[in-house]
Design a protein around this ligand. Structure first.
Ligand SMILES: Cc1ncc(COP(=O)(O)O)c(C=O)c1O
Length: 294
């Protein structure tokens, strides 16, 4: 999506199993189960002005994801400190930290070992606050993922393939549709605005409980914008006044076309803009947003 992947530091520091290593020195064994079976969970945390946004919620979701695949986690405080240290040591202010925990290394076998030693990897890269958010064109796509999308696992191949298919169709992202209902985008949740009311798919096992989604629902409540979480039939999306996606990377992203059909006026809508302004205040306090250095 536009804006992502910019400002890549060639050789960021890597946290690996308790050590901070130069990029080239950070290696994992070939039989790591993360590689062999996509046997792992992850989190992505955004830092603004050197401070993590909703770290507690990210860590709580990490614990839920790990429990969901029966993966024992190292002490959560260690994980938090590792992420903070990566940001601090590299002098980053606005950053995205990826944390992955796999079930560690074992001779290749489907069955789980009783006492695995997890592999813990974290990497921080600079992020840039991009305002205005670039308008997005999306395409709907049949959801061919598994039934445990509420767990944030590293098994992202269906998401990656859907994103690529969307790109080949000239779009920025795909929105998954299952049994006629909107689920989520490849790395974000979906909101519709219908007659000044926010609508977002109910949390089920088929979507991730996005931290940004939750933040936006809270912001809507404080802004006095009515919102409901309910099953969203796919056909409604074309009739929406506004559509936007939410995610740690995309923050709030305005969707201006779905399957080649223009949404609303074809511009980011007023409710989206109000919520984005409220989001900026929430992440930066009273500071203005958008023009500072990366
Ligand atoms: C499939 C999926 N849905 C939703 C989200 C949004 O979640 P969050 O707002 O916590 O980043 C993500 C984020 O990566 C995701 O991968």
């Amino acid at each position: 999506m536009s804006g992502e992947g910019e400002n890549i530091v060639a050789e960021p520091l890597v946290y690996l199993n308790g050590e901070f290593l130069p990029y080239e020195a950070a290696r994992i064994p070939v039989e790591d189960r993360g590689l062999q079976f996509a046997d792992g969970v992850y989190e992505v945390v955004r830092y603004y002005d050197g401070r993590p946004f909703r770290m507690q919620q990210h860590l709580a979701r990490l614990v839920r994801s790990a429990a969901g695949i029966e993966l024992p986690l190292p002490p959560i405080e260690e994980i938090r400190q590792a992420m903070d240290a990566l940001v601090e040591r590299q002098g980053l202010r606005d950053a995205t930290v990826y944390l992955q925990v796999t079930r560690g290394t074992a001779p290749r076998a489907h069955g789980l070992l009783p006492d695995p030693t997890p592999t813990v990897i974290a990497i921080a890269r600079p992020a840039r606050v991009i305002r205005p958010r670039p308008p997005l064109r999306v395409v709907t796509m049949s959801d061919d993922r598994w039934a445990r999308c509420y767990l944030k696992t590293t098994a992202l191949l269906p998401n990656a393939l859907a994103r690529e298919r969307a790109r080949r169709l000239g779009a920025d992202d795909a929105i998954f549709v299952r049994d006629g209902f909107i689920m989520e985008a490849t790395a974000a949740n979906v909101f519709l605005v219908m007659k000044d009311r926010l609508l977002t798919p109910l949390l089920t096992n088929y979507i991730l409980a996005g931290i940004t989604r939750e933040a936006v629902l809270e912001l809507a409540a404080s802004e006095g914008i009515p919102a409901s979480e309910e099953p969203v039939p796919a056909h409604l999306i074309y009739q929406a006044d506004e559509v936007f996606i939410t995610g740690t990377n995309s923050e709030l992203g305005p969707v201006v076309a779905v399957d080649g059909r223009t949404i609303g006026t074809g511009q980011p809508g007023p409710i989206f803009l109000r919520l984005l302004a409220a989001f900026d205040v929430a992440v930066h306090g009273a500071q203005p947003v958008g023009t500072g250095p990366a």
